[in-house]
Design a protein around this ligand. Structure first.
Ligand SMILES: [Zn+2]
Length: 318
C-alpha cells in the first residue's frame, strides 16, 4: 500500500496523517497552530509533525512516501507557490513551500487551498463520489467550497480560484471578513447566525437561549443549542435559523443557475443537521431557481468525510 502525507493547516489547529490510496487515515496527529514564530515557526511545527508520522513506517515504506500535501486557508499563486493571503493566520504573500523543503528532502511538496482539498476528497472518497460535476460548500466560520468540473477540481484561470462565500448577495449589505460589503459569507457564517439571533433575542427575552444563562453572561449559547431551540419552536431561534436557510438557499440557487451541479454537499460545523434542515433548504432552493418548479433541483446532502476531508484532500492533491 502506498502512503502520502496529508496536512491541514488551520487557524487554530494543524492536523496531519498518513493517507493510503483508498483515502484511509493512518496515525493522525494534531497540534495547536502557533503563529507567534511566523512562517518559519509554523513550517517547523508542520515539519516535525510530519516527520514524527513518517517514523511510524518501516524504512522501505517510509522511502516510498513521495508526496506531502499541505492544505492552507487561502489562495496560492500557481507559479511562485506562495500563499497570497491567509487572514486566519495573519499571512500575506508567504512562502511556506520553501520553508518546508528542508523538512521533507525526499518528498514532493504541494501547497493547496484547503477548501479545494476538501472538495477533491469528497469527490474521490465521500459524498461527491460518482458526480463529476458537483460542489462542496463548507458552512462554518466562513463559507468556503470547491467545485468539481468534469472530474477535475475547477480553480479558475487565475490564482484566486473558487470563492463562493464572497459572491455578493446584498448590494452594500453587511460587512464581510474580506472587507467588502454584502458577501454571501456575511449572511451564512457562524457570526451572521449569531448576529441575527442576538437581534431577535432582544424581542424575545423569554427565549430558551437565554434561560439558565443569566448566571454567566460570558457563556453564550452554542450553535447546536440555537438549532435545537429552533427545532423546539423557540421563536427567536427559529427566526434566525429560518433566515439563515433563506440566505443560504438564495446563494445555492445562484450557483445552481450558473453551474448546474449534479449534487451539492455541505460540510463544516453548521452542516451537521437533521433531514428536516436539508429538506427545508432544498425546497427553499427550488423556490429561487430560474425555472422554478420546472427546473430539477440538485440534491443537497451532508458531506461524508467531516474534519478529515482536508487531510485526505491534501494527501491526494497533485
Ligand atoms: Zn467577502
Amino acid at each position: 500500500m502506498q502512503y502520502s502525507l496529508g496536512i491541514d493547516l488551520g487557524g487554530s489547529h494543524i492536523a496531519a496523517a498518513l493517507v493510503d490510496e483508498e483515502g484511509r487515515l493512518l496515525f493522525k496527529k494534531t497540534r495547536q497552530t502557533d503563529i507567534s514564530g511566523g512562517v518559519k515557526g509554523v513550517a517547523a511545527d508542520i515539519g516535525l509533525l510530519g516527520q514524527s508520522l513518517l517514523k511510524n513506517l518501516d524504512h522501505n515504506k517510509r522511502a516510498s512516501v513521495e508526496h506531502v500535501g499541505v492544505g492552507v486557508p487561502g489562495p496560492i499563486h500557481p507559479e511562485t507557490r506562495k500563499i497570497i493571503s491567509a487572514p486566519n493566520l495573519g499571512w500575506e504573500d508567504v512562502d511556506l513551500f520553501s520553508e518546508l523543503v528542508p523538512y521533507f528532502p525526499n518528498q514532493e511538496i504541494h501547497i493547496v487551498n484547503d477548501a479545494t482539498c476538501a472538495a477533491w476528497a469528497e469527490y474521490k472518497f465521500g459524498a461527491l463520489q460518482d458526480y463529476p460535476n458537483s460542489m462542496l460548500l463548507t458552512l462554518g466560520t466562513g463559507l468556503g467550497g470547491g467545485l468539481i468540473y468534469r472530474g477535475q477540481v475547477f480553480d479558475g484561470g487565475n490564482s484566486y480560484g473558487f470563492e463562493p462565500g464572497h459572491t455578493i448577495l446584498v448590494a452594500d449589505g453587511e460587512l464581510c471578513s474580506c472587507g467588502r460589503r454584502g458577501c454571501l459569507e456575511a449572511y451564512v457564517s457562524v457570526k451572521a447566525l449569531r448576529r441575527e439571533a442576538d437581534k431577535a433575542l432582544k424581542q424575545y427575552p423569554d427565549s430558551l437561549l437565554l434561560r439558565d444563562k443569566s448566571l454567566d453572561a460570558s457563556m453564550p449559547y452554542t450553535i447546536r443549542e440555537l438549532f435545537a431551540a429552533a427545532a423546539a419552536g423557540d421563536p427567536a431561534a427559529k427566526y434566525s435559523v429560518d433566515l439563515y436557510v433563506h440566505y443560504l438557499a438564495i446563494g445555492i440557487a445562484s450557483f445552481v443557475v450558473i453551474l448546474q451541479p449534479e449534487i451539492i454537499a455541505l460540510g463544516g460545523g453548521i452542516s451537521h443537521q437533521g433531514t428536516e434542515f436539508y429538506t427545508g433548504l432544498q425546497e427553499a432552493v427550488a423556490r429561487h431557481l430560474l425555472a422554478g418548479a420546472r427546473q430539477p433541483v440538485p440534491p443537497v446532502i451532508p458531506a461524508k468525510l467531516g474534519n478529515d476531508a482536508g487531510i485526505v484532500g491534501a494527501a491526494i492533491s497533485r
